[in-house]
Write a protein that binds this ligand. Structure first.
Ligand SMILES: Nc1ncnc2c1ncn2[C@@H]1O[C@H](COP(=O)(O)OP(=O)(O)O)[C@@H](O)[C@H]1O
Ligand SMILES: [Mg+2]
Length: 265
């Protein structure tokens, strides 16, 4: 049974149709990415999926329940998902741990927050405020905060979009590692503008076509063993073919036949 279910989602802003007839299902534990051009409606879609915005029509369910407003069991990592500037990294993470584990003692909350800051390499920076951290470190805090609440589902909206290439590559690997190490199925819906990033992290990828009235491509299964590395994926025949097919959809809106793509690759 699918864990996250979007059925026939449509959304307009005034006369402008942004999303049209979007249906998508994620199995429990599945990592699905959506790639698309900017302004194609990706953020609108992830906001609807996570209950932060409502669709004009269609429905969203998580674990069989209709999504209606903020979802407690979800973790969020957004490109500019701001940390509270007056709190330390530790306090920012702890703030997400408290409501997730109300039965715990204050010490347990702190220990959990520290454990996840350590996992993203920020143990020593735990007492710094966001202003004292680099962009990459701030995004690590956001990721630690999302995972520390041990969510069953994660929504990631261009989580690494604001980072330089090197930091981005490191954080991609850290995210993959956190998902592997979670010890429970973590279902994830990630938005990205990078086909390579999607291939690196996902089980399945959909392209969101150009608006107005953007629709989703069929799913492209990422049949590649984990752990994956960006270097390996550059040369892997399956990854190269997948990259071509996704690029083809993003530019023409049509799905190329795999056989044709192999020749190109
Ligand atoms: N609250 C809003 N009111 C009016 N227009 C909006 C609103 N949110 C997004 N849009 C418009 O909808 C389109 C898609 O936006 P968005 O979902 O943020 O795209 P993406 O994340 O793919 O860049 C854009 O043209 C944007 O200007
Ligand atoms: Mg966006």
């Amino acid at each position: 049974m699918s864990y996250l279910n979007l059925t026939n989602i449509a959304k307009s802003f005034g006369p402008r149709s942004i999303l049209h007839n979007i249906s998508l299902s994620l199995a429990e534990g599945e990592f699905v990415s959506i790639v698309g051009a900017s302004a194609s409606g990706k953020t609108t879609l992830v906001k609807i999926a996570s209950g932060l915005a409502t669709a004009d029509s269609g429905s969203v369910t998580i674990a069989g329940r209709a999504v209606n407003g903020f979802i407690e069991e979800a973790g969020m990592v957004f490109q500019n998902y701001s940390l509270l500037p007056w709190l330390s990294a530790l306090e920012n993470v702890r703030l997400a741990v408290e409501p997730a584990f109300p039965q715990w003692t204050p010490k347990q909350h702190t220990d959990q927050a520290m454990k996840y800051l350590d996992m993203v390499g920020l143990g020593k920076a735990a007492l710094k405020t966001p202003a004292q951290l680099s962009g990459g470190m701030r995004q690590r805090v956001s990721i630690a905060r999302a995972f520390a609440a041990e969510p069953r589902i994660l929504f990631l909206d261009e989580p690494f979009g604001a980072l330089d290439a090197l930091t981005r590559a490191t954080l991609q690997q850290e995210l993959a590692q956190l998902c592997r190490a979670a010890g429970r199925p973590v279902t994830a819906l990630m938005i990205t503008n990078s086909v390579e990033e999607a291939i690196l992290l996902s089980d399945r990828i959909h392209a969101l076509g150009r608006g107005p009235g953007a629709t989703l491509s069929p799913g492209f299964t990422v049949d590649l063993a984990r752990p994956r590395s960006a270097g390996l994926l550059m040369h892997d025949a399956k990854a190269v073919s997948l990259r071509h097919r996704l690029a083809e959809f993003l530019t023409t809106g049509a799905v190329a036949a795999p056989a044709l793509v192999k020749e190109v690759a």
